[in-house]
Design a protein around this ligand. Structure first.
Ligand SMILES: [Zn+2]
Length: 250
């Protein structure tokens, strides 16, 4: 049951027929693990908190840089900058920092939202959704891999050579915008591309939390900036995919 202060806080979401009061309660009970340390991950974290996702997990070492800048004036000696900043934005959200960035997130998370493919294969094996976004230079891409839907293609199908629409990245390599060497305070706060894609990633995460059973075609969304050109490509399942075509997922 929403409290009056929550009804006021989330009123712009609650009035949406796709959300409503019941949907907002689902969001408040939602649990999302965010993997990434670039602008995209930071933007996604901000919008997850703004939406009121109840539990948000992050690896201790990741996203530290941007949040350290935002928290540098008031951070206590033992406090994690990510948790410090986000908790102040919305007290409804619990920010959980996990010590090991290479470990699979605990199974209780509803989904992983990531800007790298590093955790995908292990998370897919747990039959859970994986919302992936990446940005590099002028290009950004978004794909939802549904480990809970065996018939759908997974993120690895995108990178699987013949028939796959994307070149294979270095395993676990994160694509960031802008390049790491160029990160600075102005980029942290004012990169509209990252914040745009961040909202898209969070929208996909909220759709899963609100209606996990809803069907949607497996599409790769590709954006080109600053022209803001967007294309959709239906992704086919690779019958030889090493991740989603194993016997456990047939
Ligand atoms: Zn696959």
């Amino acid at each position: 049951m929403l409290e009056d202060v929550q009804i006021e806080r989330y009123s712009r979401q609650i009035i949406l027929p796709q959300v409503g009061g019941k949907g907002q309660e689902k969001i408040l009970q939602g649990q999302v693990y965010v993997d990434g340390d670039g602008l995209l991950a930071a933007a996604a974290l901000f919008y997850l908190v703004a939406a009121g996702v109840g539990t948000i997990g992050v690896a201790r070492a990741k996203a530290a840089q941007i949040f350290s800048v935002l928290a540098e004036q008031s951070l206590g000696p033992d406090e994690q900058p990510v948790a410090h900043v986000l908790r102040r934005l919305n007290p409804d959200c619990t920010i959980v920092t996990h010590p090991n960035e290479d470990e699979q997130p605990p199974h209780h998370y509803d989904l992983v939202l990531a800007t790298t493919d590093a955790l995908h294969d292990g998370w897919y094996a747990q039959h859970k959704p994986f919302v992936w976004g990446a940005a590099s230079g002028e290009n950004a891409r978004l794909f939802v891999s549904r480990g809970d839907r065996a018939a759908r293609p997974c993120l690895r199908c995108l990178f699987s050579g013949a028939g796959g629409p994307l070149d294979s990245p270095a395993r676990g390599k994160e694509e960031t915008y802008p390049a790491s060497a160029d990160r600075g305070r102005a980029y942290f706060l004012f990169s509209p591309y990252a914040f745009f894609l961040g909202t898209q990633l969070v929208t996909e995460a909220l759709k899963i939390i609100l209606q996990p059973e809803a069907e949607s075609p497996p599409k790769l969304l590709a954006y080109t900036f600053p022209a803001f050109h967007c294309t959709e490509q239906v992704v086919e399942k690779n019958p030889h995919c090493s991740v989603c075509s194993t016997p456990a997922h047939d």
